[in-house]
Design a protein around this ligand. Sequence first.
Ligand code: ADP
Length: 503
Amino acid sequence: MDQQSLDFRVCLLMINGDLNVEGMNDAASETFNGPPEELHEIHCHKLLHGSDMPCDFCKIQSLKSGKENDFTYSFAKEGLIFDCRLSRMTGPVDKPKYIYLIERRSGSPEGSDMQKDRERELIRSRQKAEEADRLKTAFLTNMSHEIRTPMNAIIGFSELLSNPEITQEEISSYTRIIKSRCNHLLQIVNDILDISKIEANQIELKEIHVNLNHLFDDLYMYYAQKVIDEKKFRINLNVEKPQENAGNVIMVDELRLRQIIGNLLDNAVKFTREGKIEFGYRFIEDRVLIYVSDTGIGIAEEKHGNIFERFSQIDTSLVRQFGGNGLGLAICKAFVELMGGKIWLESKVGEGSTFLFTLPRKNGQQDQPEEEKPQEIRNFNWKGKKILLVEDDRSSARFMHELLKLTHVEMAFAYTASEALEIFTGDQHFHLVLMDIQLPDRNGLDLARLFKGYNRTVPIIAQTAYAMEGDNIKCIQAGCDDYISKPLNISDLFLKLDRFLST
Ligand code: ADP
């Protein structure tokens, strides 16, 4: 790192009560030669020692003892001046955190306009860091609550299911609750994954021909049922779309578009007790305008500015009342912008809200072949075929066994990579290998390579748990013929298996 380029840049370190580094900005990671994640949890002394950064540990100790809250001091070293500011952040007394700002510059430490500017910059950086830390803590607390609530229901109702005196009616009611709570948990995991993919710039859009009238009809059916399931009988759900069916096909990423409208409709249902929820679309020149409006609680004008920021709901008491993780609108905004559109809202407290977004109108072709429709499970018959299931989690293996039993397929099980290798290279012949890529004794991708090296003709379907784009590509590169994400979409699994087993 050349010294000159560090002049006037502020290195910012966030330090915890044990004096370990918890976070840093780009300037600091450049100065200490390493990406922030590698420098994480390193003791502050170790980090600064060996770099040419001065650090006054007496002052940190003095902050730690609670005698002082803030220090500013300057050092001169090898013709350079270092301005440092050490401050204790707001937060719990038993878990203190400190911000350490270090600025290197040439010249004298005396006050000047430039120095004042830099001081202001230091204060701004500190406030930003404090705000980020506060939001992160609030997010984690809320997330923990959001995850524990469905988990409690799942654990509680699963225990009730083991009561021998339970009636058939109670069994179906409890399993319905367990399934719905599991879906809720899955939604949280998906939102977190989406946010990290957005952050890592890893979202790839897959544009296909989409008939918007069909999509809106589908959404209407789903949400009409949801309104009934949630016993919101005083809500009238309407969909508005062009009468004619021609010209409504556009090229767009259907899954992401569904997700955006779905998020907005979920919120509309959540925040509306009675009245009307309407959603629809219309074409305006070279754009499609899509909207979701409700007569719910509405949003105060001063909140409109940051409602699309992640965790924006965290401070409101509404969280406790309605739940939510505060990521939905941030995901919507990121997807809309990635698709080349804009999103905004119009809302008044007590009157309701309308969320609107535009997308570019890229015309698609009207008559596309219908997507392959999932068949009923009982229609698959793979009698005479044999699958090797490689899965270290015994309950997942058991579930797969119960599921595939219906198709009369024969199954062999391996719980580790070495067991799998032994079985695969033994005297049984398999028509397919279905394998988890996370195994205790060996990376599943290596195992796939070994299988293919031994016998190329046996198809392999990999199961990935991370649902990250990169994982799927790695599976194919390792020689797998296809992949499927966990938790399994059952009809998807059957269609994929059938592709290889029906021949
Ligand atoms: P959440 O999971 O909390 O709903 P979102 O990002 O989807 O997260 O929404 C953020 C916040 O915006 C909500 O917590 C709520 O305060 C407000 N909000 C979103 N949609 C509506 C709506 N239709 N009516 C009233 N408030 C809304």
